[in-house]
Design a protein around this ligand. Structure first.
Ligand code: ADP
Length: 530
């Protein structure tokens, strides 16, 4: 007897050949099915899970060549091993059959020893091929699972994908997956078990007291422990990262879990562990970000009132309405006033950041004439520039169309860039503003440039320029006041407009910031209204 019983299909129109082969093969422990011609053989192969075909060539109805031809084009049959039975010395037929996909041949009359050797070899080859095929299929499934898991950083979605694959591949009728916290499980995803999403349950109640010590286990369920009909078995699948069980999956099944279930689940949990941890980290980062935004929002809101009060009192004192003010006191109050204005600007920046980060900043988009906005911005920045004897030169394309922008925010972008250009340039170094229509990826935008001939940006600072709170350690930067929030807000505002921002800079020579703003569609060819 051999270790693996195989199902062998004997195809021959000669009854005595069929009988002899059947007898010999059955005596060897194989299961034998028979067919009298090619047509019956194909029908039988489609009905039965045949491991090997012993195929006669010359037969009525459909001969061996036709069987091979049909098998080759049928994906279900093309990998089945075939040994052709042929008359001795019929080399031509053997060559033809091997060319058509047959694996081996046997001469008639059949020699028992040769038959057994060929059958054993073919059956073993088929077994190895099946094992290989199974591994390839498993790999393909795991690759697909990885693709799905890697596409998401959302914890609920990762849990849903993991549980879905686990239930499908193990034929489970119910299941759930959740996060382990001490002796409890917080449910992330549940299929047909009597719990709510995000419900917190004692692990002991779910696992019948079995320890979730990192090992895959199966427990027997009593009818009270499951609401799924006929289910009797529960697979407990701990998912661990670096030796710590941080997630747990339960799968309830009608049939006893088998070796394939356990093998698949042990691979799945390794793949899912990384994705689940990443998703948990992502959720934690988002939560921390939210907490930061909430804090900034609270602080900036709470500071607004005291700042306004200090400012009003400072103005009241300088107005002389509360009594005489000595020149020295006047200077002190002026210092208070300028610093309060700085605080006000900082609070307003913080407020913008918290509103942008929480998605609460909405643009009020409308048709905007750049020239009008620039008039306003120049009047704001002029004082600062004049103090440094800097002139502002503006050159706009005469055909410049209207912009599709939030006028207030566009003014904020330009004020920031122009104020930086003045702040980071020595005295008497002028500022240049240009605007023209450009095309990016086939779409027309207005590109605005703010150029200075100032201190420039060091190469090592270039990648950090738009980061929150970044200020260069360059002494000439530190000589000016600043918070490092302006350009971060500017970038986000430009991006909210669907524009892009970048810069070119040469250290100690100067810097040019470029940004794009969409054109108001109806105004593409309309000359600018001033
Ligand atoms: P702040 O000016 O308040 O420091 P910003 O966010 O506006 O903050 O700018 C961030 C940093 O970028 C500045 O501290 C400076 O190092 C650099 N920077 C910005 N604009 C210029 C410029 N026109 N020339 C040189 N460096 C600049």
């Amino acid at each position: 007897m051999i270790a693996h019983q195989s199902c062998i299909l004997v195809v021959d129109d000669n009854e005595s050949v069929r009988d002899i082969l059947s007898m010999l093969l059955e005596a060897r422990g194989h299961r034998v099915v028979i067919a009298r011609n090619g047509q019956e053989a194909l029908d039988m192969m489609r009905r039965e899970s045949v491991d090997l075909v012993l195929l006669d060539i010359m037969m009525p109805v459909m001969d061996g060549y036709d069987v091979l031809r049909w098998m080759r084009v049928d994906p279900e049959l093309s990998s089945k091993p075939v040994v052709v039975l042929t008359a001795i010395h019929d080399t031509e037929s053997i060559i033809k059959c091997i060319e058509m996909g047959a694996d081996d041949y046997l001469f008639k009359p059949i020699n028992r020893a040769v038959l057994m050797a060929r059958v054993d070899a073919s059956v073993e080859k088929k077994r190895l091929r099946d094992v290989e095929h199974k591994h390839i299929m498993e790999l393909a499934i795991l690759q697909q699972i990885d693709r799905e898991l890697n596409a998401s950083l959302n914890l609920g979605e990762v849990a849903r994908i993991t549980l879905g694959w686990a239930m499908r591949q193990t034929d489970a009728q119910g299941g759930l997956i959740g996060i382990v916290e001490d002796d409890k499980l917080i449910i992330l995803q549940n299929e047909h078990l009597p719990y709510e999403e995000e419900e917190v349950i004692l692990l002991k109640a779910l696992t019948g007291g079995a320890k979730t010590n990192g090992r895959l286990q199966t427990i027997q369920l009593t009818p009270e422990q499951t609401s799924v009909k006929n289910v009797q078995h529960r697979l407990i699948v701990p998912i661990q990262r670096e030796g710590v069980v941080n997630c747990l999956m339960l799968l309830d099944k009608e049939q006893t879990p088998n070796k394939n279930d356990l093998n698949f689940l042990s691979r799945l949990r390794d793949h899912a562990a990384i994705a689940l941890v990443n998703a948990q980290l992502h959720a934690a980062v988002q939560e921390a970000n939210q907490a930061k935004s909430d804090f900034i929002s609270l602080v900036s809101h709470e500071l607004k009132t005291p700042i306004a009060v200090i400012r009003n009192y400072a103005e009241l004192i300088t107005s002389g309405r509360s009594g005489d003010v000595s020149p020295k006191q006047y200077r002190f109050i002026e210092t208070i006033r300028t610093n309060v204005l700085r605080m006000k600007a900082l609070v307003s920046d913080l407020d913008d950041i918290s509103r942008i980060e929480s998605g609460r900043l909405r643009l009020d988009l409308a048709h905007v004439a750049l020239e009008n906005v620039l008039d306003e911005v120049v009047s704001i920045v002029e004082q600062q520039a004049t103090q440094k004897q800097q002139k502002i030169f503006i050159h706009l394309d005469p055909q410049l169309p209207l912009l599709w922008a939030d006028r207030f925010r566009l003014s904020q972008i330009l004020t920031n860039l122009m104020s930086n250009a003045s702040k980071y340039s020595p005295e008497q170094h002028d500022i240049f503003i240009r605007a023209a229509v450009v095309r990016h990826d086939g779409e027309a935008f207005v590109q605005i440039e703010v150029e200075d001939n100032g201190i420039g940006i060091r190469d090592t600072d270039k990648q950090s320029i738009f980061k929150q709170f970044f200020r260069s350690a360059d002494k000439k930067v530190r000589a000016a006041l600043g918070t490092g929030l302006g350009l971060n807000i500017v970038r986000r505002l430009v991006e909210l407009h669907n524009g892009q921002i970048w810069f070119e800079s040469a250290y100690r020579k100067g810097t040019t910031f470029f940004f794009t703003v969409p054109i108001a569609e109806t105004a593409v060819s309309t000359p600018q209204i001033s």
